[in-house]
Design a protein around this ligand. Structure first.
Ligand code: C2E
Ligand code: CA
Ligand code: CA
Length: 696
């Protein structure tokens, strides 16, 4: 402690008071003049200064001011002989902590005043130090600060924050909406989500990396971090944090990503990116996106050009080739440079393979004009192209390999050509597309009674007495371009959804024919079996069509049998069973289980099958003689069917011995070439007139 007093008596008095303080011992220096005070200040600080107001030539106020000037947070207590309010106020203004009147001052009061003064000045000093550290840190940091008062919904930004965005003065308002609008539209939802998550307490801090727009319209990438300040109820009252400019890092990162996926010379995608896009395309499923093709494009004899003219010229040519390729292609196509002089092209959304060939032609054509070099020379380049159509289920490597193989074939045939991979496969694709067109055309034509879809009727005969039980209606396709077998057109019809129209036609026409025959030949018991595809059966309106067909042609439900193959039933056995049950409940029509024994789950399908007959597949009937296993199976199946209250129709009966065996096994019905081929309507009518099938 430094006691400043020029009155020796007073010094002694103060000393006595200080000594009387019980718990604290003071180490006291004394100064009587300003010079002595200066000397002490120069030597170092004291914890506390006791300054007498009434000094000889100067006032204690001057001394206090001097001390606080040298030591801004000094604990200075003023002692005075008499209580003067004005002096007290002045002392406080100067920064004196306490003002004590000597008369009546006791040891306890003095000690308390000293203790408080020291404590208070310590706190002030600590605060000042922390504020100073903070200010220094802020001035040195690159971060901008922001503080969002949620109550008043205003945002405060530090100068650095504004400078970061290139905003001056009050160019950045305090409305949070303005802040939000400066965020890039693509990033905005993600920022809002991060804010919501943190405010709701789902994250322990808010963090987001996004783009913000400055007044000049350019965007900067920023990293923003913040923390909510919450009230005792956990509700956030404000959100504050920092923001740093990460544009350079982001740019470098994007550049790196770009470089990893692009060719440095031409800027085109590289092999990695190309493969990625192709894989993505295959993953999407080709059916929905139409035909796609991969082209492998290779410059002819480029190595010679490169070696003789130098790499600089070669590079210039490659850049020009890349430019021309892009120009020849459609906007969505991908061209990649995958080797020195090799490019791959991905064509999506093609109408057919011919379009791929047309584009290949265009690419070759684009090379036809001479290329200029820097020394004004003209050069002619050509290339070869291999094309592979992207097939369902193929891997990117397979497609590229196929296109590559085709490219080598094109090259072998001469320069400047293209070739399609595997013409046989290619032909199948073409065929399939043409078939579809044919079916479409034909099905539309049905309405006009034109050619296309027709029906053949194959007799089904009772083994017991050789009488004609009924017919199976079999779809036939015959148009100007020739005939198609059901095995060719039924799968296409199913895949394209044309099966619904086809099936409806067969159903109605077969019913019409049956009703005509029943009347014309006096055979009201004659039955008709119609094949139904699984997809057709599961259509919600299917039963309505059956109902309408029966009603329109005056048929009872027993007249009609619907054949559903075991494979179709197994595909979704529960749904098929349910649909058949419902169909029976609504219309009374029963089902036959077709091609029995050919699937992988025959017994599973048979269990609970809501029908009254099963048709043993012709492969078993054919094998019955040579293969005792097949015979045993047929025998068991017939037994099993009977046990379940079903009858059996044997398909594909071609010889007498088969018929004999089946009759022995008590198989109720037979169908096959031995008895009759599938017949046209007139031939079937003639057979009906005879009514007995010769072979039986
Ligand atoms: P499926 O239902 O098993 O029809 C019997 C097939 O066996 C018919 O072939 C028939 O011509 C043939 N066939 C008849 N007897 C013999 C014989 O003794 N030996 C041999 N080897 N074959 C015989 P098709 O007409 O080519 O029909 C093939 C398949 O097409 C049918 O098999 C059926 O699953 C399907 N199909 C035919 N018409 C339709 C239809 O209108 N709708 C649906 N969804 N499918 C149909
Ligand atoms: Ca004095
Ligand atoms: Ca059938």
């Amino acid at each position: 402690m430094l006691v400043v007093d020029d009155d020796q008596d007073d010094v002694l008095l103060t000393g006595a008071l200080l000594r009387a303080v019980e718990r604290t011992r003071f180490d006291v220096d004394t100064a009587a003049t300003m010079e002595e005070v200066e000397a002490f200040l120069a030597a170092g600080p004291h914890d506390v200064y006791l300054v007498d107001y009434g000094l000889a030539r100067i006032t204690g106020i001057d001394v206090a001011r001097r001390i606080l000037q040298a030591e801004p947070h000094a604990a200075v207590i003023m002692l005075t002989g008499y209580d003067d309010y004005a002096v007290d106020v002045r002392a406080a203004e100067v920064g004196v902590v306490d003002y004590l009147v000597k008369g009546g001052l006791d040891a306890r009061t003095l000690e308390r005043s000293i203790r408080y003064a020291v404590k208070q000045q310590q706190a002030v000093r600590a605060l000042a130090a922390s504020e100073e550290r903070y200010a220094v840190a802020m001035a040195g940091a690159q971060d901008g600060l922001w503080d969002w008062d949620l109550g008043s919904d205003t945002l405060y930004y530090s100068e650095r924050y504004k400078a970061m965005l290139g905003c001056r003065g009050d160019e950045l308002g305090t409305a949070p909406r303005e802040w939000l609008q400066r965020i890039h539209a693509e990033d905005r939802p993600q920022v809002q989500q991060a804010l919501r998550d943190h405010l709701a307490g789902r994250t322990d801090h808010y963090q987001s990396e996004h783009r913000m727009r400055g007044p000049d319209g350019t965007y900067r990438w920023v990293l923003s971090r913040g923390l909510a300040v919450r009230g005792p109820d956990g509700r956030p009252s404000r959100l504050a944090g920092s923001q740093s400019d990460v544009t350079e890092r982001k740019r470098a990162q994007l550049q790196l990503e770009h470089d990893a996926l692009h060719d440095a010379l031409t800027g085109l995608p590289n092999r990695v990116l190309f493969r990625d896009r192709l894989e993505h395309l295959i993953g999407r499923g080709l059916r929905r996106v139409g035909a796609s093709a991969v082209l492998v494009f290779d410059l002819d004899r480029f190595k010679i050009v490169n070696d003789s003219l130098g790499h600089a010229v070669g590079d210039g040519l490659l850049i020009e080739v890349a430019r021309r390729l892009l120009e020849a292609l459609r906007p969505g196509d991908t061209v990649a440079r995958v080797g020195a002089d090799e490019f791959t092209i991905l064509l999506e959304e093609l109408t057919d393979y011919r379009e791929a060939e047309r584009i290949a032609d265009r690419v070759l054509e684009a090379l036809r004009d001479p290329f200029g070099t820097e020394d004004e020379r003209e050069l002619y380049l050509s290339g070869s192209i291999g094309i592979a159509m992207v097939q369902l289920g193929a891997t990117p490597e397979e497609v590229i390999r196929d296109a590559d193989a085709a490219m080598y074939r094109a090259k072998a045939a001469g320069t400047g050509r293209h070739a399609m991979f595997d013409t046989a496969l290619h032909a199948a694709v073409v065929n399939r597309l043409e078939l579809e067109t044919r079916l479409r055309r034909g099905l539309f034509a049905i309405v006009d009674g034109a050619d296309g879809l027709q029906i053949a009727y194959q007799p089904i005969v009772c083994t017991a007495d050789g009488t004609l039980h009924g017919f199976e209606a079999l779809a036939r396709w015959r148009d100007a371009e020739g005939t198609l077998t059901p095995d060719q057109f039924i799968p296409v019809a199913e895949e394209t959804g044309l099966i619904a129209a086809l099936g409806r036609f067969v159903l109605r026409e077969a019913c019409r024919q049956l009703s005509e025959w029943r009347r014309a030949h006096g055979r009201p018991d004659l039955a008709m079996a119609v094949n139904i595809s699984g997809r057709q059966l599961l259509e919600p309106s299917f039963h309505l069509h059956v109902e309408a067909a029966l009603r329109d042609f005056g048929l009872d439900p027993d007249a009609l049998r619907l054949e559903i193959t075991e494979t179709a039933a197994a595909a979704d056995s529960e749904a098929v069973h349910r649909a058949l049950q419902e169909l029976h409940a609504r219309t009374g029509v029963r089902a036959h289980l077709d091609d029995f024994g050919t699937g992988a789950a025959s017994l599973t399908v048979l269990r609970g099958f809501p029908g009254d007959a099963l048709k043993i597949d012709r492969s078993f009937v054919l094998a019955m003689r040579g293969d005792t296993g097949a015979f045993q199976i047929v025998k068991a199946v017939v037994g099993l069917a009977h046990e379940m209250g079903m009858s059996v129709v044997a398909e594909g009966v071609e010889s007498q011995w088969q018929l004999d065996l089946l009759r022995e096994l008590h198989c109720e019905y037979v169908q096959g070439f031995l008895l009759s081929w599938p017949l046209g309507p007139e031939a079937a009518g003639r057979l009906l007139a005879g009514s007995l099938v010769a072979a039986v």
